[in-house]
Design a protein. Sequence first.
Length: 202
Amino acid sequence: MLAGLRRRLAENRVLMWVCLVIAVNQLGFGIIVPVIPIYARTFGVSEAAIGLVVAIYGLGRFLFSVPVGQAADRYGRKPVIVPSCLLGAAAFAGFAYALDYRSFVLSAVLWGVSSALGGSSAAYAADQAPPGGNGVTMGIYRMLSDAGYVLGPALLGLIAQEAGGQTALLAAAAIAIATMVPFALLAPETGPRARAAPKTAV
């Protein structure tokens, strides 16, 4: 199985990049488990207030998912996916440097919108599927995106233990930017407008 996965990713580097983008997006969700509750407690808020931060993230994702999908179909995938990385990095930095609970909640709003934007990466992955290969392509996409859930709590929890919650959050922001740059520069657009564009004879 792993040999087949390596072969398919080697054959389609664009799929590899979009899988990394969504893995980082999910890594951000994984940071909820070890870091966000601990860091939120520094503001002296209740457990209910900490739960509200997570709920606001989910609400942002819920409200923006459909408009984001429409934008991805109209304007292309990259104009939606690239900002998701930027907003995610801004959200993590906002959590890290939050001066009070209100700014912490504002960061959760950014985080929810970022996650909704990142959902367009599924459409990008589907665009990469060869004829008859939709199932395996989306399976690879899902497997690597779920890696973020697995690695996020372990990696960022370890960083938080050794260097503090703020450092863990800034590390997540740095990873988001580091993943975004090569995707923005190297990955082609695959949305409907790109496919409809007339091909120039060589």
